[in-house]
Ligand binder design. Structure first.
Ligand code: GDP
Ligand code: ZN
Length: 460
């Protein structure tokens, strides 16, 4: 796609250091920058080779120097947008940065909308939609692991996988369509039977990919970890100890943590979102009851539960009730306050934990926290989350398209089972192909594209 306008924006975050970059992209990008840039070299940018750096100054219409700059010249098509791109690295801080941008706009560039550079890259076929989303994920990545997942996707792991599935489908579709067009081609045997195994195998692969959606989401957004237990067992103390800061208020009045406190924790690059819930307890106190409801909600939403127990006092019935509610969850039992005289030992607790791990700690004395962190990391290993090995589905939009593709293939399998004619199969195969295409953004509606790019910040 060729645009006849040239866009420009500040592409670095505002207010960070003295250096900022102005990105200019489009047909007239080079000519526009030539008009405001006085380089040390005799050659204009137009005359210079692509992918070179030029030192000089940006001057205004009176010929006055605005800023000392380095200009990166990148000629189409080997650029991010596949258009001519010039990046001006300014050194003078926010005021000259704005002034340089104004000069570029005065010479005919238009201020870019949010995400417009990425949108051009997408519409010019430089990247696909899964990669667009990866760029957003990279900007928002919580930890190194989240980042590496996003980078994988940007490199096209998912896109490549989807293309392979589409290729397989196209071959099946082509053969089926031949049999529809030339029914005499093989009359004795219904042709579809040839493809049953191939379609099943493909559908199985799609289902496998779908299974990565939950882990993909966890890596992207953080593993939701609920810290639960009776009031006063040390939930807030543990949260603070893990975060090494005073995020939650620690008190010895039972039930003080009334709201859920949320915080990010990075364990060797693995992202966790910790949720400190109010003590789970049947209660008449209305304020506390709201908190109790919230903590049940957070258990439900949690990927991982840290069930905290005070080792210095006996288990009560309510605690046993909570433990029973945790049956479908991955739980780490945390026996706290081991610095005190212990009433509950590991052996006693083991009778209730159904083989789930028990870690002994003192949140107050900061003992056992490393072991707990290792156990939390172990959760990731058990989930079979492998970073960088395979393509993963990492957001809801991709997931929904994949689910629809699987539904279409399920229908195909059913149709074959009941012996319907081939043309019925072909329609569903085409549908499956289309849904797969949506993952990488083939034939997407303009509104969806508009909505997506508006979520970017300016200059990207
Ligand atoms: P929460 O209600 O579960 O959030 O419990 P808090 O974190 O507010 O702690 C309740 C009380 O137990 C506070 O007085 C803490 O100082 C104390 N506490 C927490 N952890 C420990 C521990 O490991 N050892 C001892 N001795 N006291 C602790
Ligand atoms: Zn608390």
């Amino acid at each position: 796609m060729i645009y006849n306008d040239t866009i420009a924006a500040i592409s670095t975050a505002p207010g960070v250091g003295g250096i900022g970059i102005i990105r200019v992209s489009g047909m007239d990008a080079i000519q526009i920058v030539d008009e405001v840039f006085k380089g040390v070299s005799k050659k204009t940018l137009q005359e210079s080779p692509s992918h070179t750096i030029h030192y000089g100054h940006i001057v205004n219409k009176e010929g006055k120097v605005i800023d000392e700059v380095l200009v990166m010249l990148m000629k189409a098509p080997k650029t991010f947008t596949r258009e001519d791109v010039v990046e001006i690295n300014c050194h003078g801080g926010p005021v000259p940065l704005e002034a340089v941008l104004m000069e570029v706009i005065r010479k005919g560039a238009r201020l870019a909308d949010s995400g417009e550079f990425t949108k051009r890259a997408f519409l010019n076929g430089r990247i696909d939609l899964a990669q667009v989303e990866a760029i957003m994920d990279i900007i928002e990545a919580k930890t190194e692991v989240s980042l590496s997942q996003a980078v994988n996707q940007l490199e096209g792991k998912l896109s490549k996988q989807i293309k392979e599935y589409q290729d397989t489908l196209i071959q099946i579709i082509a053969r089926i369509e031949v049999s529809i067009d030339y029914p005499e081609y093989d009359e004795d045997e219904p042709l579809a039977n040839d493809f049953v195994d191939e379609i099943k195998a493909l559908n199985d692969q799609l289902k496998k990919l779908l299974a990565t959606a939950d882990t993909g989401k966890m890596i992207r957004e953080g593993i939701k970890t609920a810290i639960v237990g009776q009031p006063n067992v040390g939930k807030s103390s543990l949260l603070n100890a893990l975060l090494e800061e005073n995020k939650a208020i620690v008190t010895d009045i039972p039930g003080t943590t009334r709201d859920v406190v949320e915080a990010y924790l990075n364990i060797d690059g693995m992202p966790f979102v910790l949720l400190d819930t109010a003590g789970i307890r049947e209660t008449e106190d209305i304020v506390e009851k709201i908190g109790v409801e919230r903590s049940k909600e957070s258990i439900e939403k949690a990927d991982l539960v840290l069930m905290l127990i005070d080792s210095s006092r006996a288990l009560d019935e309510e605690e046993l009730n909570i433990i029973n509610e945790l049956t479908n969850k991955t739980v780490i039992f945390v026996l706290n306050k081991i610095d005190l005289h212990s009433v509950i030992t590991q052996e006693i607790l083991e009778q209730y934990t159904k083989g789930q791990p028990i870690i002994q700690i003192s949140a107050m004395k900061q003992n056992g926290l490393d072991t707990l962190r290792q156990a939390m990391k172990q959760f990731i290993v058990k989930q079979g989350i492998s970073i960088g090995q395979e393509a993963t589905i990492s957001n809801q939009r991709q997931k929904q398209s994949l689910v629809k593709a699987i539904e279409s293939l399920d229908k195909v399998e059913d149709t074959i089972d009941i012996g319907m004619p081939e043309d019925c199969i072909a329609i569903d195969l085409h549908d499956a192909y289309g849904h797969l295409g949506n993952i990488v953004g083939e034939a997407l509606k303009d509104e969806i594209i508009g909505e997506l790019f508006s979520r970017f910040c300016l200059g990207k």
